[in-house]
Design a protein around this ligand. Structure first.
Ligand SMILES: NC(=O)c1ccc[n+]([C@@H]2O[C@H](COP(=O)([O-])OP(=O)(O)OC[C@H]3O[C@@H](n4cnc5c(N)ncnc54)[C@H](OP(=O)(O)O)[C@@H]3O)[C@@H](O)[C@H]2O)c1
Length: 237
């Protein structure tokens, strides 16, 4: 199957980087599957895509629920071969460790770390059966550099970096590529509105990250960009 007709599943496609990636992949002719919790926002994505005579197949899915991920994987692979999983769904809280509630800690770890591990683990047999697959994880430059007020978020991203570094070595023999993208500050609704207002000029855009994701995915042949850190030209905020 040519990459043009390949199936791509993007988690967290209702806003920010995931939404921009859904549009960019749809423009390549890929069959795009998009999931998130807010169905209305996914419908809005499709309304925007319709203006370009494009569409995505949308699924409500909370990645923090392994049962929910399991059902979604079954529904998607019943419809189409999936060649690429983009683990993008994520949340954060800009707080010092002592101010994080237990509920908040659970939410961040369950979404960013466990959610991504669930999608990988439940889609992996499909990739192994078909003898190929690409897993792209949206980590963060926080996995490599220390930022205060982001301890739980950093733990979730460092955890996923460790998991996927081991996974990569295990799945090379199945022709499965594991790619980690570590973006710096990108202007999306993840940031509080006052920070977006004052710093947007210094931040990368979701569309720039989306174009990188398509480029990374489309690399053919013997090369795979396994880990890419991207930063705003002016550096970290
Ligand atoms: N913005 C940055 O500066 C930056 C930098 C480095 C890395 N990142 C990473 O980029 C990814 C996307 O973030 P963003 O900046 O685009 O933020 P965003 O606009 O807030 O998007 C986050 C997406 O994740 C989804 N999501 C959150 N919890 C979910 C859950 N439990 N189940 C399913 N989907 C869930 C949200 O959809 P619903 O609410 O509809 O579920 C939304 O579509 C995250 O992993 C983030 O850590 C962002």
């Amino acid at each position: 199957m040519s990459k043009k007709l390949s199936g791509v599943w993007i988690t967290g496609g209702s806003s920010g980087i995931g939404k921009a990636a859904a549009k960019e992949f749809a423009r390549t002719g890929s069959k795009v599957f998009v999931s998130a919790r807010r169905t209305r926002e996914l419908e809005k994505l499709n309304e925007e895509l319709e203006k370009e005579k494009l569409s995505a197949v949308i699924f409500p899915c909370n990645v923090a629920s392994s049962a929910n991920v399991d059902q979604t994987v079954k529904k998607i692979i019943a419809l189409h071969q999936i060649d690429c999983l983009i683990n993008n769904a994520g949340i954060t809280s800009f707080k010092a460790a002592e101010n994080n509630s237990i509920h908040e800690i659970n939410d961040i770890i369950n979404t960013n770390l466990l959610g991504s591990i669930y999608t990988i683990r439940l889609l992996l047999p499909h990739f192994i059966r078909q003898g190929k697959g690409t897993i792209i994880n949206i980590l963060s430059s926080a996995a490599k550099k220390i930022f205060t007020n982001s301890s739980v978020y950093t733990a979730s991203k460092v955890g996923l970096l460790g998991y996927t570094n081991v996974l990569r070595e295990e799945v090379r023999k199945y022709n499965i590529r594991v790619i980690n993208i570590l973006p710096g500050a990108t202007e999306t609704p993840m940031w509080p509105s006052e920070i977006r207002k004052t710093n947007s000029i210094r931040m990368m855009t979701a569309e720039e990250i989306a174009r990188l994701l398509v480029w990374v995915y489309l690399q053919e042949g013997s090369m795979v960009p396994e880990e890419i850190t991207i930063k705003p030209v002016e550096g970290d905020l």
